[in-house]
Design a protein around this ligand. Sequence first.
Ligand SMILES: [Fe+2]
Length: 321
Amino acid sequence: MSDDEKNELARVADEYLAAHPVWAPLDDADGIRLEAERLPEGVRRFLVASRGAEDAVIVVANLPLDENLVPTPPSWQVAEKEGAAIREELVLLLIGSVLGDPFGWVNQQNGRLVHDVCPSKGHENSLTSASSQQQLTLHTEDVFHSCRGDYVALMCLRNPDVVGTTVALVESVDIAEPMRQVLHQDRFRFFPDDSHNVVPQHTAENPSALEERPHEVASVLFGPEETPYLRIDADFTSPVPGDAEAERAMNQAVDQLAVAAERVVLSPGEAVFIDNYRAVHGRDTFTPRYDGTDRWLKRTSLVRDLRRTYVRTKSRSRLLG
Ligand SMILES: [Fe+2]
């Protein structure tokens, strides 16, 4: 965005916050979407065109950031309690609203619409966004759920060690028949990842707990055969028991995605919208500082039409789970 567009977006955000002293984005996501109609035309045109073209990775730079941004919180729980960087949450929702409907999960980060991604003590080696020294391998966001987002949206507030977000596109899975057909068949199990508060707890010491979690059985590739979509997370996807062919096909796909992965390094004031059907994403390792200057992102998920998710929920809600 140009500086003029940035200032216009900042004005829309500040006017909204002045009119809504209590920050309740889950209750007013439609109101925020309405405000997004006031974003600069060039920004909206760019986003609508990217959505139509199904661009796998959309980056928006020069977003307004608070000049007096508070220190990076030590955990998402502290960020929630202190209402840290609310204006940045709003900026992400304003931009994201042009691409889709934001939603959350009952059992993830206390059902918040916008999550905080920051390293937390004791979670360095977890398979969640609170980790740092454990690589987050390439994954579809919320791979376990048929109503997962069309986009995962990440806005960077800090990234002093230029930690990379890794991205690989579905086009990089180029597997010869008949193995390609195997990936199109319902021969894979998709489990909830560890960021969802699901029992039984799955740990490195107790990997088999994963198998007891509720899960879906579906295909890795789906949609048009010539230009398919992708659903995979090596840590939380496995073939149905005893299906060696499915296991081979999945391993090939995982290997090809890893080879094809590219790094997107977000700077403060940049947001990336990753098409969760066309790309998988991950994160490099880094050494956390725990001094308030650590990498800090805001994250939300967007579906192109919220109503699509109602087929799996008992009530009309932006919270799935
Ligand atoms: Fe993710």
